[in-house]
Design a protein around this ligand. Structure first.
Ligand code: DX5
Ligand code: ZN
Length: 234
């Protein structure tokens, strides 16, 4: 469970590279976790899909709970599911440190974000590419993390939507500096720089880690590019 310093620790380590477990080799899940530990990825990002909110199915709390004891990494659950309020307790119990729900799935998320905070979990709110940013504005103060989708949610391996940095830039001006600003979808060495320059400090990455032969090199190269573009922020 998250302690009060964990968010600050994550932010002080920014840019954070968060591997998206959707793209890992599930036949060797324990080995994949060990490789990501060795690559010094501080976070595992768990994409939960229900075949209803998005047209794809992945895994749920049961799997996350079994992996929890295998690593000390921060567990970041991204719930792409309908009615997240019905299931969120399962993810808290599974040991997730942060839980992110979609504004499109829960148009009035204040109660749920408060419930997560009370449970000691970092509350997150995600927004899909077509949704106006104004929809999340009333809830930003209740978020520890805001996730900007830079692809349509549902599948890994899609191309980064080119208008995403502008949305990141706008959101950055709407949130507190203490709030983690995450970007998810199509992040690779060619796109991470623009997202970092726009103000993102937490990068979810699937294909650009798991399709590479050496995860440690992939993670450190991505972090290096993000760091160099963050430094140019004024
Ligand atoms: C998409 C997921 C992402 C995705 C990332 O719905 O939220 O986390 O799997 O994978 P890449 O980096 O391949 O886009
Ligand atoms: Zn995700």
């Amino acid at each position: 469970m998250i302690d009060s310093n964990t968010k600050h620790k994550l932010l002080s380590d920014a840019p954070v590279i968060a591997p998206s477990m959707l793209k890992c080799d599930f036949g060797n899940l324990h080995r994949e976790v060990e490789l990501l530990d060795a690559a010094q990825a501080p976070v595992l990002h768990w994409d939960v899909m229900d075949g209803h909110f998005v047209p794809n199915l992945s895994y749920g709390a049961m799997l996350i709970e079994r992996v929890r004891p295998l690593t000390k990494s921060f567990f970041d659950a991204h719930l792409m599911i309908s009615n997240p309020e019905k299931y969120v307790d399962d993810y808290i119990k599974a040991g997730c440190d942060s839980i992110t729900v979609h504004i499109e799935a829960l148009p009035e998320p204040q109660g749920l974000l408060d419930r997560l905070q009370e449970a000691g979990v970092l509350p997150g709110l995600a927004i899909s590419p077509q949704t106006p940013l104004e929809r999340i504005e009333p809830y930003l103060d209740a978020c520890g993390l805001v996730l900007v989708m830079s692809v349509e949610p549902g599948f890994g391996g899609q191309s980064f939507i080119e208008t995403s940095p502008e949305r990141i830039r706008q959101l950055k001006s709407m949130i507190s500096p203490e709030t983690i600003l995450s970007v998810d979808g199509g992040i690779d060495p060619d796109t991470i720089g623009a997202a970092a320059q726009a103000g993102a400090n937490y990068f979810v990455v699937g294909s650009a880690i798991f399709n590479e032969p050496d995860y440690a090199t992939a993670v450190s190269d991505l972090a290096q590019i993000a760091r160099s573009r963050t430094a140019s922020l004024t």
